[in-house]
Write a protein that binds this ligand. Structure first.
Ligand SMILES: *[C@@H]1O[C@H](CO)[C@@H](O)[C@H](O)[C@H]1NC(C)=O
Ligand SMILES: *[C@@H]1O[C@H](CO)[C@@H](O)[C@H](O)[C@H]1NC(C)=O
Ligand SMILES: *[C@@H]1O[C@H](CO)[C@@H](O)[C@H](O)[C@H]1NC(C)=O
Ligand SMILES: *[C@@H]1O[C@H](CO)[C@@H](O)[C@H](O)[C@H]1NC(C)=O
Length: 405
């Protein structure tokens, strides 16, 4: 019955409202109160606003254990966690204490901050531009986030903490933006005490699997069709999209296997570490929205294997954005802050070869850490059932060692 409703809804929408609205519908606002959720787990979450040089209003979340678990001495370093592609800060809070990274870090006495990239559900605001009507608002990709937003975020946290540097932890493109920032504005190197790079996307030169090949081959057509409809925002957090995933992928449905196949083909196959029961929960929070340019940016990185800014395919536009005909390649010899790289054999999006290329170009790699689990995939860095045992315990150990030394 519920499938029939969905199908009917789909068609009504197709004819009446256009495919886009059908699939995504109104924003998913109800039922998402991240502050309350975190408070119910016994922690305190506060929201902070940062305005970057370009007028983008960014939301930062800060989490603290209710019971102050201060370290000995007064030094409590800040940790900034940056989400990956199509994510948001709240993706890291869903499973609760003893499972998710922010709780573990705050239990260990750290001052934990989580960023939100411009264009996602929290940071979809601007001092002068209206994201709903202005295409200029969406004219950004990794370059702009890295050059304008990340430094504003880091400076805000350092200003609040009164310290000179922080720990930076980035997942996927969350790590990429710190690399870009420090390559373009090397003065930020000294503000990063240590960078924990979880499956960073920089040089992605590995051979794509069949599924990725298909996605890349169809991307130009999809891009053009989306562009021609004057749509600049992609995969926003939407009510019906979330319901759709919930109905089709929840426990006990016929289609769950198909959902899993779909996810795993993209990020890596790991039936053991992915809790499929949680798909409906995950789908409420993911995806959280970005720009079409960001998708183009990544498509170009994956198909060229180069670590460079988005190519507008138009000299005038490139000149306008980068003051050169061609998009800049990022010079990693400027990235002098200490970095520990984390990768996994089961990750289809970032492979060991990609990490080796990156490590070769970075002047200050402290360590390369392979997750000791063969099928650990790109998403597992955030949501693996055993992420604590396989990864987070190690991250904590490393941070503690840095603090004590
Ligand atoms: C703080 O230091 C005291 C004395 O050195 C020690 O007994 C205590 O276990 C320490 N507490 C923490 C949380 O490290
Ligand atoms: C998966 O998530 C459900 C719902 O939260 C939970 O009851 C179950 O214990 C989880 N499974 C594993 C293996 O952690
Ligand atoms: C490049 O973009 C500019 C500005 O949008 C446009 O006027 C121009 O025609 C474009 N050039 C080409 C070769 O597409
Ligand atoms: C990268 O930067 C370093 C140091 O600033 C410089 O010596 C080197 O020539 C640059 N490499 C390229 C390819 O621009």
């Amino acid at each position: 019955m519920k499938y029939l409703c969905l199908v009917l809804f789909w068609f009504r929408g197709c004819f009446g409202l256009g495919l886009w609205e059908t699939i995504f519908g109104p924003a998913l606002g109800d039922g998402i109160d991240i502050q309350k959720m975190v408070m119910n787990f016994g922690y305190k979450l506060t929201e902070h606003e940062v305005v970057s040089e370009t007028g983008n209003i960014l939301v930062l979340h800060k989490i603290r254990a209710k019971r102050k678990n201060l370290r000995n001495g007064s030094y409590t370093p800040s940790v900034l966690i940056q989400h990956g592609l199509l994510g948001a800060s709240d993706n890291w809070f869903l499973r609760g204490p003893d499972k998710d990274l922010p709780y573990l870090l705050s239990d260990a006495g750290y001052d934990v901050w989580l960023g939100n990239m411009r264009g996602n559900v929290y940071s979809r605001r601007h001092t002068t531009l209206n994201p709903d009507s202005s295409s200029s608002y969406w004219n950004f990709a990794l370059h702009e986030i890295a050059y304008y937003d990340l430094p504003a975020t880091i400076d805000y946290i350092l200003d609040k903490s009164g310290q000179e540097s922080l720990f930076f932890m980035g997942h996927s493109i969350g790590s990429t933006i710190a690399l870009i920032l420090c390559s373009l504005r090397p003065e930020y190197n000294k503000k990063i005490l240590l960078h924990l790079a979880l499956a960073p996307i920089a040089y992605v030169a590995h051979k794509p699997n069949l599924y990725h090949k298909f996605v890349f081959a169809s991307f130009p057509f999809v891009e053009q069709s989306v562009q021609s409809k004057n749509i600049h925002e992609v995969f926003p957090r939407r009510k019906y999209f979330s319901r759709f995933i919930e109905y089709f992928c929840q426990d006990g449905t016929y289609f769950q296997k198909l959902c899993l196949m779909f996810i795993f083909n993209f990020v890596g196959e790991d039936y053991e570490q992915f809790n499929a029961t949680l798909i409906p929960d995950f789908a409420k929070y993911y995806p959280a929205g970005t720009s079409l340019n960001m998708a183009t940016n990544l498509y170009q990185m994956y198909t060229t294997g180069l670590f460079s800014a988005m190519d507008f395919g138009n000299k005038t536009l490139n000149m306008l954005h980068y003051q050169s005909d061609t998009p800049p390649s990022y010079n990693l010899s400027n990235v002098q802050h200490p970095i520990t790289l984390y990768y996994s054999d089961g990750d289809y999006l970032v492979t060991k070869d990609d990490i080796d290329i990156l490590a070769d170009k970075l002047p200050n790699v402290k360590d390369k850490f392979k997750i000791p689990y063969q099928t650990f995939n790109h998403l597992d860095f955030m949501w693996a059932i055993n992420s604590k045992k396989l990864l987070y315990d190690q991250l904590l150990l490393l941070l503690n060692k840095y603090v004590e030394s």
